[in-house]
Ligand binder design. Structure first.
Ligand SMILES: Nc1ncnc2c1ncn2[C@@H]1O[C@H](COP(=O)(O)OP(=O)(O)OP(=O)(O)O)[C@@H](O)[C@H]1O
Length: 279
């Protein structure tokens, strides 16, 4: 007891609970990522809260996809620790597979199989991993298509879809196994502004209705920031910013301003060859 230090009744004090590895879905501490001994990112500390939507922004070649690769376990850090779902990312194949079943991944290229219908594409992960009967798989795949507004296109082939529809079909497939965490690498590439808006608001809607934690790597600052809770800027071999989208927009940091304003002049070199500087 701290007798003598306190006089009068003790007032309850609201102590903010810091986000730790146990409250974060993704947690990186002092992570260094390199290819063949060449550092791309170093000293990375990052926490992504459960149920949040995080934008990972930054110039081309700065290391955004490399950061995602560390989260999926494709790239083992040269230093530091990456934790997903409160556990270090497994190194063994069995542990990795178990973790990846809980990770939805949406890649730029969509990766839809051209010989299968949209419904069959969405059913694929369920066939491979769920062990459910065929009728249940069909029903769940259709429910995912409904969630992305594509139920009417279930029997179409990928070549019969617009770019935005194909991206939504790929999203339905990424969510087929109900993962608690979704990683999206450039979900807006190749989409016009209307389709981009549809995809981003759909992601936000899924994030809020399902409590899905989303990490979205994007070049599309204007479309991405308004629907996110956290913004991270990767530049010059590290994290140049980690905070709210509002704080990022208000920042007067020359590097961040150059990136946000899309200016060719400033601290970020055109075609930034980050790794060569991240010694
Ligand atoms: N498998 C690899 N082997 C060697 N170097 C790589 C590999 N993958 C990426 N790099 C290098 O790492 C750096 C970061 O690449 P990364 O793809 O992570 O950047 P990015 O920010 O996602 O770029 P973009 O926005 O253009 O997709 C680049 O210099 C790239 O050439």
């Amino acid at each position: 007891m701290l007798r003598g230090y306190l006089s009068g009744p003790v007032q309850p004090v609201e102590i903010p609970i810091p986000m730790t590895a146990t409250t974060a879905v993704v947690h990186l501490s002092n992570v260094r990522l390199e290819y063949g001994g060449r550092a791309v990112l170093r000293g990375i500390n990052l926490s992504v809260a459960k149920g949040s939507m995080t934008a990972v922004l930054g110039p081309s070649g700065s290391g955004k996809s490399t950061l995602l690769a560390a989260i999926t376990g494709e790239l083992v850090p040269a230093q530091g620790q990456v934790e997903v779902f409160g556990q270090p990312v497994p190194r063994d194949a069995r542990g990795l597979l178990a973790m990846r079943k809980r990770l939805g991944v949406l890649l730029q290229g969509n990766g839809l199989l051209t010989d299968l219908t949209v419904l069959e594409n969405v059913a694929l992960p369920l066939r491979a991993h769920s062990g459910l009967p065929a009728a249940e798989i069909q029903a769940r795949a259709l429910a995912k298509l409904e969630a992305v507004g594509l139920a009417a296109a279930a029997d179409r082939f990928p070549r019969e879809l617009s770019g935005g529809m194909a991206r939504r079909a790929a999203l339905a497939r990424a969510l087929a196994l109900d993962p608690p965490l979704l990683l999206c690498d450039e979900p807006l590439t190749g989409l016009d502004p209307i389709a981009s808006g549809v995809v981003m608001s759909l992601l936000r809607q899924l994030n809020q209705s399902l409590g899905l934690t989303c990490i979205v790597v994007s070049h599309h600052v204007r479309e991405t920031l308004p629907v996110c809770d956290q913004a991270v800027v990767v530049a010059n071999g590290g994290l140049a910013f980690d905070g709210t989208p509002e704080a990022l927009q208000a920042s007067q940091d020359p590097l961040l301003r150059q990136f946000l304003d899309g200016s060719p002049h400033g601290p970020i070199a055109f075609d930034d060859v980050t790794g060569q500087r991240a010694a």
